[in-house]
Design a protein around this ligand. Sequence first.
Ligand code: ACO
Ligand code: OAA
Length: 374
Amino acid sequence: MTTATAGLEDVVATTSSICDLDGKLGKLTYFGVDIHDLARYSTFEETAYLLWHGTLPTEAQLEEVKAQLCAHRVIPEQIIALMKLLPAETAPMNALRTAISALAAFDTSLNDTSTHTNEQRAIRLTAAFPTIIAAWHHIRNGREPIAPLSDGSHAANFLYMLNGEKPDEYSARVLDVALILHADHELNASTFAARVTAGTKADMYASITAAISALSGPLHGGANEQVMRTLLKIGEPEKAEAYIQEALARKERIMGFGHRVYRTEDPRATHLREMSKELGERKGETRWFEISRKIEAYMKEHKGLNANVDFYSASVYYTMGIPVDLDTPIFASSRVAGWTAHILEQYANNRLIRPRADYVGPKVTEYVPLEQRG
Ligand SMILES: CC(=O)SCCNC(=O)CCNC(=O)[C@H](O)C(C)(C)COP(=O)(O)OP(=O)(O)OC[C@H]1O[C@@H](n2cnc3c(N)ncnc32)[C@H](O)[C@@H]1OP(=O)(O)O
Ligand SMILES: O=C([O-])CC(=O)C(=O)O
């Protein structure tokens, strides 16, 4: 047996063709396509197709996948009814997890585990995420959910369902790029959770439910929400340095910094930083970007740590008027494309994932009858 490294650092746990990540060079590709090219030229729908099929789609294939994603935006009425039973304080990630888990009950061909049916499920699940997240936001505020549009991009429809009006082209594109940037990231904790679950031959809903759970934690996807809470607490760019200095002195972690793999700038943060700046300038509110820049400079100088994908996405979403606790669900609504791609890959070449633990407990402990224990 090989010895464990804490947190499985640098342990290679599977082969995969989906996402290549070079932490020393700061390079990220999906099936060989550079993330920078995807961010500049692609759309979320095209990127999802790439993750599911391994090639960029032809025009006809892209139209087909877009049409399918549009067609599956409507979720069963019973899922809406179920969400209405949840307490209004339910965290959006928990509402999302519950709704996705419940969706399995409405899949009439759950026993069909063919690749084609699982590919269809990947599309249906991806289409359902924005509807569930936006519906929960309205339900918790005592409003009826807004029905999805039957056309338009995944990102534009999401903003429409949240705000009740069609977004301008620029806002829709900003969210679209954010979704592209979050779509996959090799064997991160939530994708690993999805693959471990799929490796038992559990269904796709179970695997995605596990992934949502893993993403929700603040050391992973949950960090973006915590970043925004930090920015709001700081409030003014002039207060940023002192705040971070004191937080570090208390040995606190600064959310949105550090990464298990990257030793350079996270290539996704490069785009999100630009978007945060431009969005702030366009909306006439650059405060969140400015505070972010101060924190980033301080963390680099004093801790040698770079911003990760969660750092600038926080100010991007906030400046777009998105409620802070929807930040992590938005991450999930993109990552579901990557999760389902990994689940399909796992099913295609499955072996149960079952590592060992290095036992460090007592070797022999005598069983003492209950009445004799002191
Ligand atoms: C989408 C994503 O999941 S991206 C990551 C999102 N998570 C966050 O932003 C949360 C904040 N970041 C962190 O907690 C970490 O950097 C992680 C979890 C992302 C990676 O953690 P690991 O690879 O296990 O690094 P580890 O925890 O060993 O940290 C190494 C050192 O850097 C320090 N460090 C790492 N990140 C931070 C941080 N954000 N703030 C302050 N110090 C940090 C640690 O204290 C440790 O220092 P030490 O050796 O003096 O004790
Ligand atoms: O790769 C990781 O460990 C975390 C991350 O950046 C992601 O999931 O996008």
